[in-house]
Ligand binder design. Structure first.
Ligand code: GTQ
Ligand code: FE2
Length: 350
């Protein structure tokens, strides 16, 4: 119809000169019934990441203004130019050597750290010194000052998760170096996670913020207790790290989970409009993503892109599998854009 009308082409041309476009120019099929993503399912092997970190350890010095962090980013092959892990999130691995300081700064991107190896490193967020232990999750909310330092004897390695490409898509990236060389540690150290279900009563102006440090030694026993009950059909046994002041996700833009699969356990398949980055913290298993199997072992990392069917299976007969993950559901749910669908059923859900 429209193609046969020569006057329409003339109209399109005249409108284009004025920076105006008729919506009839959108080709049929450009508005798919299902969400489409450029992000591809992909798995990174730990051996490759670890080898890269050790080489970077020997070749990169942490310095202010140049390499402020010794990190390796996981680049999704579907969005290679962005050098990001999905269209909304970045996973990176960071290594710090004994005695080093990753200089203080702040940025509008929010970050999480999930600790993998080493002892004696700490991160200082807003004056709170948090000593890192394996399996701990430490939050760096957007615009919070933070530095990392290492008082131990062996290299420390952790996983960084950030909302960089989401913040970039809103074009609100800001970055600021701290005005001094080092951040001070609060002289009256406030350990935000030490109070469990309690909250210290303080004078109003000292009201403590949400906890930033979720310790393995607290969350792992909780996960084990959860695994005494009935599994979730699509997730096995999963805990979301919540902000206890709001009951909401770990950070406004990112939700972190810890998930357990018992030996031989297998989940049902489902899909949702959130994207998930997974890191295998313990055990081994297989995640089938849109029919393609991805075999993972301890240390491997993989991405399940939005609206891709996926199911997890433990591959060990004796050992439990534990997946740490980060998803972008918090930037979808408030706007009614989160949908999920289970195999054999069809529903819209919030
Ligand atoms: O440790 O502050 O992986 O600012 C990317 C940006 C880590 C950090 C990253 C960062 C950091
Ligand atoms: Fe940072």
């Amino acid at each position: 119809m429209t193609a046969q009308n020569p006057n329409l082409a003339e109209l399109d041309r005249r409108l284009a000169e004025k920076q105006i476009s008729g919506i009839w120019r959108i080709p049929p099929g450009a508005r798919p019934g299902d969400p489409k993503t450029k992000v591809q399912p992909y798995l990174w092997k730990w051996a490759d990441v670890y080898d890269g970190l050790l080489q970077a350890r020997d070749q990169i010095d942490i310095e202010r203004g140049t390499a402020e962090r010794r990190t390796l980013r996981l680049v999704n092959p579907g969005v290679p130019e962005s050098e990001m892990t999905s269209h909304t999130m970045l996973f990176a691995f960071q290594l710090i050597q004994p005695g080093e300081v990753a200089p203080p700064h702040r940025h509008t991107m929010a970050a999480i750290r999930f600790i993998l190896q080493g002892k004696g490193g700490y991160t200082n967020v807003g004056g709170e010194k948090m000593v890192m232990e394996d399996g701990d999750l430490i939050l760096t909310p957007q615009w919070a000052w933070h530095e990392h330092a290492h008082e131990g004897a062996e290299p420390m390695i952790w996983l960084d998760g950030l909302d960089v490409p989401f913040v970039q898509s809103l074009q609100v990236i800001s970055f600021e170096p701290y005005p001094e060389k080092r951040m001070a540690v609060q002289n009256n150290p406030y350990d935000s996670s030490a109070y469990g279900m309690g909250r210290p009563v303080t004078r109003e102006e000292q009201k403590p913020a949400a906890p930033l440090h979720y310790r393995w030694r607290d969350i792992y026993p909780a996960l084990k207790r959860l695994a005494d009950g009935e599994p979730h059909p699509y997730e096995g046994y999963a805990l979301e790290y919540v902000n206890p002041l709001t009951g909401g996700p770990s950070l406004p833009t990112l939700s972190c989970w810890l998930q357990l699969l018992k030996p031989g356990q297998r989940t049902r398949s489902h899909r949702h409009t959130s994207t998930v980055l997974y890191h295998a913290f313990r055990g081994s298993g297989t995640t089938v993503i849109n029919g393609q199997p991805f075999h993972w072992e301890k240390g491997d990392t993989f991405v399940v892109p939005l609206w891709h069917w996926h199911e997890h299976a433990s591959r060990s007969a004796s050992e439990e599998a534990i997946l740490f993950s980060m998803n972008d559901a918090p930037v979808l749910k408030p706007f009614g854009l989160y949908r999920e669908q289970g195999a054999g059923e069809s529903h819209l859900g919030l």
